[in-house]
Design a protein around this ligand. Sequence first.
Ligand code: NAP
Ligand code: VY7
Length: 175
Amino acid sequence: MNVGLIWAQNPDGVIGADNGIPWRLPEDMAHFKATTLGHPVIMGRRTWDSLPARFRPLSGRRNIVVTRNPDWTAEGAERAGSLAAALELAAEARPEPGTAESGRERPSAWVIGGGEIYRAALPYATTLSVTEVDAPVTGDTFAPPLDPAWRITEDTGWRSSTTELRYRIRRYTRP
Ligand code: NAP
Ligand code: VY7
């Protein structure tokens, strides 16, 4: 099964601060929604908690939440006790082989954070969508380090947000 990881980071690798994202970038939220819509999304329990309640579960997607707590439940979410269990759940409704969904560039599930889950999921990933946001912030949660096998296959180049921030969206794949 093709697994993608999608995150937004600043140039220092910061992805989070105080259980939130320390910038607001509407263009990246739109990119995140367009990319993940129609696919199962897998997230850590802290990332679930970080979503504003009115946006939970993320609409139009199966929401699979990874937690070690066997008693955890939330309306609209499926619980998984490990990343492997989350991937098995996500794989239950498989697309037919040979459809666009089965290509390496079109993952059948997206891992949407946060830091702990990205580190655990990176070995399973076939593609990454990384938004780099030129935000001078400090944080407490970081993107996983990428080994050199990951190659940039798409790059929007720097764009200006309606906010004052610049950002670029890159796609990575590896053999
Ligand atoms: P996280 O990865 O979202 O969630 C961690 C939790 O997941 C753990 O406390 C545990 O839940 C569960 N977990 C982790 N590994 C597990 C495993 N192997 N098996 C079972 N359960 C496991 O937390 P985080 O690293 O603190 O990241 C949250 C931060 O990232 C927030 O600041 C958020 O805003 C940010 N974020 C940023 C982006 C971005 O693109 N910039 C995207 C997503 C999130 P229990 O404690 O319940 O057992
Ligand atoms: C997470 C939100 C957080 C705070 C307020 C609204 C990339 C991002 C993430 C995660 C950006 C978020 C939201 C935005 C998405 C909407 C629902 C409301 C939707 C990631 N590149 N960027 N993120 N929502 N994993 N990767 O902003 O969400 O999709 O329906």
